[in-house]
Design a protein around this ligand. Sequence first.
Ligand code: ADP
Ligand code: ASP
Ligand code: MG
Length: 450
Amino acid sequence: MSPINVAKFGGTSVANAAAMNNCAEVVLANPATRVVVLSASAGVTNLLVALAQGDLDEAGQEAQLARLTEIQQAILTELGDPGDLSDLIHGQLGEIRTMARQAHLHTDAELADRLIACGELMSTRLFTELLRQRGVKACWQDARQLLRTDSRFGKASVDLAATRALCQAALGPLLGDSLIITQGFIGADGDGRTTTLGRGGSDYSAALLAEALDAGTIEIWTDVPGIYTTDPRLVTRARPIPEISFVEAAEMATFGAKVLHPATLQPAVRQDIPVFVGSSKDPAAGGTWIRASTRTNPLFRAVALRRNQVLVTLHSLNMFHAYGFLAEVFGILARHRISVDLITTSEVSVSLTLDHTGSQSNGEPILGDKVLAELGQLCKVQVETGLALVALIGNRMSEAAGVGSQVFDAIREHNIRMICYGASAHNLCFLVKEDEAGHIVNRLHQELLD
Ligand code: ADP
Ligand code: ASP
Ligand code: MG
């Protein structure tokens, strides 16, 4: 069999029956597509996360449940309310209610994941029926039998070898025969307990399944026709990039371009699988190909923005000429599984920003009281919020003359809180006040990318 294509559709692409019909057209247009990975319908995961946080009273829960039911029922109605499927979806909604009622929900990460996973379980059931009604031989597959993770609920890590073995065994015999429809975002640990990969994780699921099945291509279908020079919601003059390298796209995803989950390109890079990003609403508009290398490698390719950044500054008078201070700080952060993004140091202090990417599915803050207390034993801790990280993405930036002046000239009236430059030839990042970030990105786009 020639290499297959794995196609992933995001929340807005499966928001309702009309959007799902567009997805069906896209799937049928590419005969290589054998596996389809879906997100929950738009808005559903947010509703489930609100329930999983466990702080709503019964009336509040019922309001969320009513909105959930409305979204799912609208699709069921378009499908003619087939009895079995209707029972299945309403059964799932009933389970959601039962889980939401559990008093210990907010402290039970396992239960929260089981609840949050229901969005993808329902959207895939509905889409499988839609395909069948269009005469397609489609087979619903539970992703928890494919994607093996550890037991870190809310942001599980994937066991690649086990996932490969499970995918090959479960899907290998089916691939030539029917179209597989499965869930993004969810998996299961070794005991079969449901886990999730962190918000936006369906892109990553698609890439993991593609890797496990030795796929030839991955398609990420979303609500924009490709990766743009910056978020088109922020800069109206942003334009789609026809071709971009794995490294640049990975930097964009890491530094906030929501169009791809930050981990998506890791499996693609490992197996050199080209990734296409396009709009399920307008497939004819084309999109972006992400590959190992590209024909052009411009100095400036794109700007990414990540809001809601936390800057932690640690002051220690003992740091001067002391060994091991940073090791202790990183030890504490590592024990709490917090990864550091940017770092700058001076004689008596170190400033770092924390990695929020692929943040926990259940909305838990990453800098909890326990970490702060442990750091507080070591040094004086200052936490600043209301910041945003701007990343300029491109090629050979650390080798070219004048990059700094071009960038900072364009935004000279703004205060820059922290700068990281030189560690990668593909980016220049800096922290700014969150309320100035929109203007800064617009200015940079106008000066460097227009
Ligand atoms: P999906 O539900 O399909 O996964 P997302 O909402 O996660 O879709 O990602 C698509 C959104 O990402 C776009 O609507 C756009 O606003 C945002 N985005 C941010 N940066 C970029 C970028 N550089 N190019 C394209 N879209 C971007
Ligand atoms: N439904 C999940 C979320 O909203 C995963 C995804 O859409 O990729 O985060
Ligand atoms: Mg997404």
